[in-house]
Write a protein that binds this ligand. Structure first.
Ligand SMILES: [Zn+2]
Length: 119
C-alpha cells in the first residue's frame, strides 16, 4: 500500500476515535478510568498525533485531505466491485482495477474522496 494512503487511513481512524471520545466525553468517570487521564488531555493527544501525521504528507495530498475532512470525517472510502462507497457511483475501470492497486493515491472523480480498493 502507498505509505501516504496508509497515513490517511490512520488519520481517518484517529479522527473517528476522536469523535467517539468527544461524544462519550459526557461520561467522564468511565473515560477517566479507561484512559487514566482527562478527556481533554486525550483529545489533545489525538489532535497532536493527527496534526503530526498530516504534516508528514506532501502538500498536494495534505491540502486535499484538509478540504475533504472539513466536510466529512470519512475522507478515505472503500471501492467494492468498482463502486465508490462514499457516493455510490461507479468509478472508472482504470481506477478500480489495476495490478498495483492502492499503490497510488487515487480520488473518486465524483465525490473527490481518496479511494481504497478492497475488491
Ligand atoms: Zn465517490
Amino acid at each position: 500500500m502507498h505509505p501516504h494512503l496508509e497515513t490517511l487511513l490512520e488519520i481517518q481512524d484517529l479522527t473517528t476515535q476522536r469523535r467517539d471520545l468527544a461524544e462519550a466525553g459526557a461520561d467522564r468517570d468511565v473515560q477517566e478510568s479507561v484512559f487514566g487521564l482527562s478527556v481533554e488531555e486525550a483529545l489533545g493527544q489525538i489532535d497532536e498525533k493527527i496534526k503530526e501525521m498530516a504534516e508528514s504528507l506532501p502538500p498536494q495530498v495534505r491540502n486535499r485531505y484538509q478540504r475533504l475532512s472539513t466536510r466529512n470525517p470519512r475522507f478515505v472510502v472503500s471501492v467494492i466491485r468498482g463502486t465508490c462507497y462514499g457516493c455510490f457511483v461507479q468509478v472508472p475501470t482504470a481506477l478500480a482495477s489495476d495490478a498495483d492497486r492502492n499503490e497510488e493515491i487515487r480520488s473518486c472523480q465524483n465525490c473527490g474522496r481518496f479511494l481504497y480498493l478492497i475488491d
